[in-house]
Design a binder for this molecule. Structure first.
Ligand code: B12
Length: 212
């Protein structure tokens, strides 16, 4: 098995220490940082995403795989920056005003990172203006809103409106999700997209960013 395949397989199994060592080995063997990222780490994370979508693995496995990805990314990040490898896009993610649930939002963040995006985590109970301000400050092309309560999902509309009010419509796309959220609701409030789970959120982010 090639080094890159070993990185991918160990990431799928959530073996953080092994992933870190293999990434170090690949760097020492002069494998290109972009190949380590794309054919090793991201390839593994994409398989975990597919399995999660198909209910073949569950939240704990995704968290463990994401931890393994992080251990490899820590070493790779400075090299990627030095090699001029650009992220696929930047997403500001947050749980909307009034809502403290963050497990789903965090998973979405991890899958977005796993898909090659830079993620700015705005946290929980986030004011709509704060989301937009962070998007501006970080030149983000995406805002991801999470809500788990029927009483707070309506605050997603405020984010869509704040994006409009700042003239960022078309530049910053708003995607939404969370257990009570539906595509019909996304259409109703004028959000750019909805996804039912973290792996689909990564697919949606790529679609909205026009990248593969
Ligand atoms: C854990 C939990 C809590 C924890 C949260 C801890 C934390 N750090 O997040 C605590 C105990 C704090 C909590 C508090 C409350 N909770 Co609560 N909670 C839950 C519970 C059990 C699980 C939620 C969860 O984490 N699911 C797992 C994650 C992985 O799933 P997920 O969030 O849906 O995310 C996935 C997708 O939705 C999607 N997704 C999520 N976000 C995004 C964003 C984008 C952009 C995209 C594209 C996709 C996406 O991808 C994720 C991964 O696949 C749910 C019940 C349930 N089964 O959903 C109740 C639930 C959401 N809670 C509920 C309630 C009522 C409350 C409280 C009001 C209780 C109270 N009386 O105090 C408070 C509200 C506090 C507040 N202001 O937010 C109700 C909501 C009812 C409703 N319809 O509004 C639920 C449904 C329980 C119930 N059956 O009554 N809760």
């Amino acid at each position: 098995m090639s080094l890159l395949e070993q990185i991918k397989e160990n990431l799928i199994k959530g073996k953080a220490k092994e992933v870190k060592e293999l990434v170090e080995k690949a760097i020492a063997e002069k494998v290109k940082p972009a190949d380590i990222l794309n054919q090793g780490l991201l390839a593994g994370m994409s398989i975990i995403g597919e399995r999660f979508k198909n209910n073949e693995v569950y939240v704990p496995e995704v968290l463990i795989a994401a931890r393994a990805m992080k251990s490899g990314m820590e070493i790779l990040k400075p090299l990627l920056a030095a090699a001029g490898v650009q992220p696929k896009g930047t997403a500001v993610i947050g749980t909307v005003k009034g809502d403290l649930h963050d497990i789903g939002k965090n998973l979405v963040g991890m899958m977005l990172e796993g898909a090659g995006f830079r993620v700015v985590d705005a946290g929980i109970n986030v004011e709509p203006d704060k989301m937009v301000q962070l998007a501006k400050e970080n030149s983000a092309n995406l805002i991801g809103c999470s809500a788990l309560l029927t009483t707070t999902m309506t605050n997603m509309k405020l984010v869509v409106e704040a994006v409009k009010a700042t003239g960022l419509t078309g530049k910053v796309r708003v995607m939404i999700g969370g257990a009570p959220v539906t595509q019909a609701f996304a259409d109703e409030i004028g959000a750019d997209g909805y996804a039912a789970d973290a792996a689909s959120a990564a697919d949606l982010a790529k679609k909205l960013s026009g990248v593969r």
